[in-house]
Design a protein around this ligand. Structure first.
Ligand code: G
Ligand code: G
Ligand code: MN
Length: 401
């Protein structure tokens, strides 16, 4: 890891005063390798000199010739491997969208600073360069072939994890969501983002969902036998809703396990547009008629959340984690959170907030009177065998909330 004298920092700002100010602040913090440029062109030229490659650029996004957004695109072309801090007088929303854009280019953004720059915030951000970052999404993920996944499903290599959901008013457990993982013989525990779309693409999603359900139903049965009315949620893919056979498979499985439909929730996300929505609509409506519960998942991120809400009789609305975590700190997010909550209430739906990561999130939800919370603050997804120990611990924690 680099230390303060080794780190090469470039300040890119068209205003001489800002260049001087930032350079001085950095020097006061003990950073000695600081240089400055007044334009994107000059900075790119510097970048091409092998011994002047910066590790960090403080980038002003409003510059007269080449603006910061354009500069970032050139950085990608120049294979820039360092980090960025965005500096601007623009409002928070604007800075956030530029930051999102930079992240999409797979450049590390340590954060953004609004002018006038506060020295302690600058120090906190620049210091992040000195500590190794956790592995980012840039780590390459293996893509699995159809045959391998098919064999895995057949051989029972898929295992269910469960993430508890709790009532925000009382802290009592209301149920859990089933999240599938693949216990791969050589690759270890593989997460669904690495095989669900493969399953959808190769027509394996019904077999996968059947395996998930078969694994989950005994747990619902166990809860029922213990006198608990917890509800277990299972994720459905839109591809599960392409043929009416799926409905019969689900109903047969549930009946054979002696599980009440009221205790099973189907979470549905629309990840892409459907060719024929009529079959999906029929399956969902008939599931609901049989008293299964329907939940609209990742609300606010799909293709047509509002029209789904209009057309499908959902019981529950899950507010996507991108609107939940830190909603209390971000006006835009908070507006979306409040709007989603209001919509759900008007439609008499139960509201579930996902991505509840800390006490501040929990407290915000409690004030907003959201019904149910799910997230790392309560519990991470875990194997069924870990649920009793978690519950014992939660019983203590919930008393302290
Ligand atoms: O924890 P996590 O990485 O498990 O979940 C990632 C995504 O995978 C979530 O969006 C979740 O909806 C999806 N997912 C998890 N289990 C299943 C499943 O059994 N079927 C489908 N279709 N999606 C699932
Ligand atoms: O089905 P859905 O897209 O809602 O899946 C939830 C996903 O979010 C899973 O990948 C799960 O592991 C993940 N998750 C659950 N709780 C949290 C949380 O508090 N924070 C974050 N970042 N992810 C979470
Ligand atoms: Mn879900």
């Amino acid at each position: 890891m680099l230390n303060k004298t080794e780190l090469q920092i470039l300040v890119l700002d068209d205003e001489p005063f800002m260049r001087k100010l930032l350079s001085r602040m950095l020097a006061n913090l003990g950073y000695t390798g600081v240089s400055a440029c007044d334009s994107g062109q000059a900075a790119l030229h510097l970048l091409d000199l092998a011994d002047h490659r910066p590790d960090l650029i403080l980038l002003d996004i409003n510059m007269p010739q080449m603006d910061g957004v354009e500069f970032v695109r050139h950085l990608v072309e120049h294979h820039y491997a360092g980090a960025l801090i965005l500096v601007s007088g623009e409002d928070e929303r604007m800075l956030q969208s530029v930051e999102n854009l930079v992240v999409a280019h797979q450049i590390t953004v340590l954060g953004h600073l609004t002018k006038p720059v506060a020295p302690d915030l600058l120090a906190a951000l620049v210091d992040r360069c000195l500590t190794p970052l956790p592995n980012t999404a840039s780590a390459h993920k293996k893509v699995y072939a159809k045959d391998e996944l098919q064999a895995a499903i057949a051989h029972g290599e898929l295992v269910n994890f469960y993430q508890p959901k709790v009532s925000i008013a009382t802290g009592l457990v209301t149920g859990a969501e089933t999240l599938v993982r693949w216990q791969h013989p050589t690759d270890g525990l593989v997460f669904p983002d690495q095989f669900i779309s493969t399953a959808e693409h190769h027509g394996l999603i019904d077999a996968l969902t059947r395996a998930v359900l078969a694994g989950a139903l005994p747990l619902v049965r166990q809860w029922r036998d213990a006198g608990l009315s917890w509800k277990l949620a299972v994720n459905l893919s839109m591809d599960n809703l392409l043929s009416l056979e799926f409905l019969d498979v689900v109903v047969d499985l549930v009946v054979s396990m002696g599980v009440r439909p009221q205790n099973l929730v189907f979470e549905v996300t629309e990840s892409r547009l459907m060719q024929d929505p009529r079959i999906a609509l029929e399956i969902l409506t008939r599931l609901r008629l049989k008293r299964f519960r329907l939940s609209i998942d990742d609300f606010g991120t799909g293709h047509s959340s509002l029209s789904q809400l209009r057309d499908i009789p959902f019981d529950e609305l899950k507010i996507d984690q991108s609107f939940v975590h830190r909603a209390w700190a971000n006006d835009t997010q908070r507006a979306m959170f409040d709007a989603s909550l209001g919509l759900a209430r008007q439609l008499n739906m139960e509201t579930v907030a996902e991505g509840v990561e800390d006490f501040a999130d929990w407290n915000f939800l409690r004030q907003q009177k959201c019904d149910v919370a799910q997230g790392y603050f309560i519990a991470r997804p875990m194997p069924a065998s870990s649920l009793p120990a978690w519950l014992a611990d939660w019983e203590i924690r919930r008393g302290q909330l």
